[in-house]
Write a protein that binds this ligand. Structure first.
Ligand SMILES: Nc1nc2c(ncn2[C@@H]2O[C@H](COP(=O)(O)OP(=O)(O)OP(=O)(O)O)[C@@H](O)[C@H]2O)c(=O)[nH]1
Ligand SMILES: [Mg+2]
Length: 394
């Protein structure tokens, strides 16, 4: 069967929405030859298993089940590139996007020869519905930020509801940042001025089942996406986060130290030592949670990481003081000497901790993979005694 349209639905814990979503698509797309591709990141609620079960009665259903991966943008990209149809619609799987405009979007993308059609809540006929006031404000702020330096002035760049032509998408897919939640903005900022865009209004609905995945990280990833798109070739995003955490630590250090000196009955040396350790611990936790969230250390690796982090930063302090002292005595003003020392230790700390504390542990992930292969071989071997799978596979 040749499809005219694919619907890509990224999911994480959306099992309660799967069946209603499929029914609504069937009603909205009567007469259209379409396939539905769920891209699920191994949801603990069994979303992928549920789709697999439904596939038996719906030959146009498919699930891409990703293990050990998370991320809305990357899930969407994989879904689009897996489509057999020439045109793909991307929607949230939580019923918030109005599927009844899909035929109009399809008519526009084909009839007006467009690359991209966006479902917009901000043009005549569209609306944010009953969305909470603070979420509307947040969305508007995001929109304003996204417009800075953009070639296309979309009315709703924060929308997760759009339709794209696959051959156009393939042209710029390698330029996508694939960071965070805002894949439409990523597309528009990556594609260049030649992208032909249309908009169709829709009314945003409230989520009825399941939980929102929106959290602080989504906001952070939005800024990462903008920085990557505008300055990606000039700056290292991880270094910027690392330096911001460090700058926050310096401010906090001064605050805690002044509080300890005023309130506590301890001398300067003790207060300074105590504050240094507290701030180092906090910096480690922040970097582990935010800067290196994709390589987050847990359990005993967290403790080992804390030790290497403190050692690296300790050496950084020594080098910082030595360099600042040297340039100060060469006649530079005190503040410039201090800044040069701080810059050096930021670069040093980042370089050393990225190679020690948060180095990509290939050996342990290889060992994990080997253990998985061996376990699978045992399962595959009849009565546990056969030859099974080879112990090491390519
Ligand atoms: N595959 C995959 N899908 C995700 C991930 N995070 C969110 N999703 C899906 O992306 C869609 C949008 O996520 P939501 O949590 O609804 O985000 P939102 O619409 O901005 O927030 P609400 O309005 O509160 O629902 C939903 O279908 C989610 O299940 C992820 O890490 N991986
Ligand atoms: Mg939602």
């Amino acid at each position: 069967m040749a499809y005219d349209l694919a619907i890509v639905l990224p999911t994480f814990n959306e099992s309660a929405n799967v069946a209603p979503m499929i029914d609504r698509l069937a009603r909205a797309l009567a007469g259209v030859r379409y396939e539905v591709i769920f891209v699920d990141d191994d949801s603990p609620d069994g979303t992928a298993d549920l789709v697999r079960r439904l596939e038996r009665d719906h030959p146009n259903l498919r699930v891409i089940h990703r293990i050990g991966r998370r991320g809305l943008a990357s899930a969407t990209i994989e879904g689009i590139l897996a489509a057999a149809a020439p045109v793909v619609a991307v929607m949230d799987a939580d019923l918030q996007h109005d599927e009844s405009i899909l035929p109009e979007m399809l008519r526009r993308i084909n009839g007006d020869n467009l690359d991209l059609v966006v479902g917009s809540r901000n043009i005549q006929g569209g609306s944010m519905g009953q969305f909470a006031a603070w979420r509307v404000k947040l969305s508007q702020l995001g929109r304003r930020l996204s417009l800075i330096g953009a070639e296309h002035q979309l009315s709703d760049p924060m929308s997760g509801f759009f339709m794209v032509r696959v051959d156009s998408f393939e042209r710029f897919a390698h330029r996508l940042s694939a960071i965070g939640f805002k894949i439409l903005l990523d597309i528009v900022l990556s594609a260049g001025p030649e992208l032909r865009i249309g908009e169709v209004p829709y009314r945003f609905r409230l989520r009825e089942h399941g939980e929102s995945k929106l959290d602080m990280m989504v906001g952070l990833e939005y800024f990462e996406l903008l920085v990557d798109k505008h300055l990606g070739s000039l700056v290292n995003l991880r270094f910027i986060l690392f330096a911001l955490v460090g700058a926050f630590g310096v401010g906090l250090h001064l605050l805690i130290l002044s509080a300890l000196l005023r309130v506590g009955n301890i001398g300067f040396a003790k207060a300074q030592t105590l504050t240094t350790f507290m701030v180092m611990l906090l910096n480690f936790v922040l970097n582990n949670t935010v800067t290196y969230r994709d390589r987050r250390l847990r359990g005993w690796r967290f403790l080992r990481g804390l030790v290497t982090f403190c050692l690296a930063c300790g050496l950084g302090v020594v080098a910082n003081v030595a360099i600042a002292n040297d340039v100060f005595h060469r006649g530079l003003p005190w503040w410039l000497a201090a800044l040069i020392g701080l810059m050096f230790s930021a670069v040093w700390n980042f370089a050393v901790t990225s190679m020690t504390t948060w180095r990509q542990d290939r050996r342990s992930s290889e060992q994990r993979a080997r253990r998985r292969i061996e376990a699978a071989a045992k399962l595959a071997a009849p009565h546990g005694g056969g030859e099974g799978l080879p112990a090491k596979s390519a």
